[in-house]
Design a protein. Structure first.
Ligand SMILES: [Zn+2]
Length: 237
């Protein structure tokens, strides 16, 4: 299993960087993109042959799905429209939300025309792009949000956006790599209910798993003792 960081910005973009987008290449060679925030499609096109096989979205805050919109307007060989539509895995009820967006700002059924849209359910692992993926609910303000455990010949876990919660330990357990958000400088900067983590809280959640901090503002920079994701980071698991 390979991981390539396409973008790893927090809710506001780090200078010159894309929002959340993590490309997993399975041992089969199939490719799964975890989240698709603004700026991800451009960076993906620069380095990858499209279409990829599947996309999975942790939650519907725009910094995690916004580039699905320009993806709908792709033309030319990258798109191969109607032939190789990527699977798009959304949280429960996600398609209805995207369809409301399409009715307001896009065109009818734009997402269904571009992707093979599916919705995952907590507790029901699904298979896509050569991986088994489990979506585990995490705490993120009052927004429905999930982390992913992606299993192939290794286990890669991703927190999505999350406040401290027991589910993070479940995600990280026995993972070869845990991509965990670390948006905050200190816990008191958060709202109530909480939505994000400090680097120290990410470290506690990771346990013994190898930790890679993501969703980290450039203003905060690295945290002592933790690896920090940067665009184009490539990790073999
Ligand atoms: Zn969020």
């Amino acid at each position: 299993m390979l991981l390539d960081v396409i973008g790893c910005s927090p809710a506001w973009p780090n200078p010159g960087q894309a929002h959340a987008g993590y490309l997993v290449t399975a041992s089969s060679g199939e490719r799964l993109l975890l989240d698709c925030g603004p700026g991800v499609l451009s960076r993906l096109r620069k380095r990858e042959r499209l279409p990829i096989d599947a996309i999975a979205i942790t939650h519907l805050h725009l910094d995690h799905w916004g580039d699905l919109v320009p993806w709908c307007w792709l033309r030319g060989p990258d798109a191969q429209r109607g032939a190789l539509r990527p699977e798009l895995w959304l949280p429960p009820g996600g398609l209805a939300s995207l369809d409301r967006f399409a009715a307001l700002f896009g065109s009818d059924r734009m997402f269904e025309r571009t992707f093979v849209v599916k919705e995952y359910s907590p507790g029901e692992p699904f298979t896509t792009a050569g991986c088994q993926v489990e979506a585990i609910p995490v705490a993120h303000y009052d927004v429905q949000s999930f982390g992913f455990r992606v299993v192939d010949d290794a286990v890669l876990s991703y927190s999505g956006d999350s406040a401290p919660c027991e589910a993070l330990g479940e995600l990280a357990e026995s993972a070869d790599l845990f991509l965990c958000e670390a948006t905050l400088s200190k816990a008191s900067d958060d709202s109530e209910p909480r939505g994000h983590l400090t680097a120290e809280e990410a470290g506690e959640a990771a346990g013994t798993a190898r930790l890679l901090l993501v969703h980290r503002p450039a203003e905060l920079g690295a945290a002592a003792g933790a690896e920090l994701a940067v665009p184009d980071l490539h990790i073999e698991l």
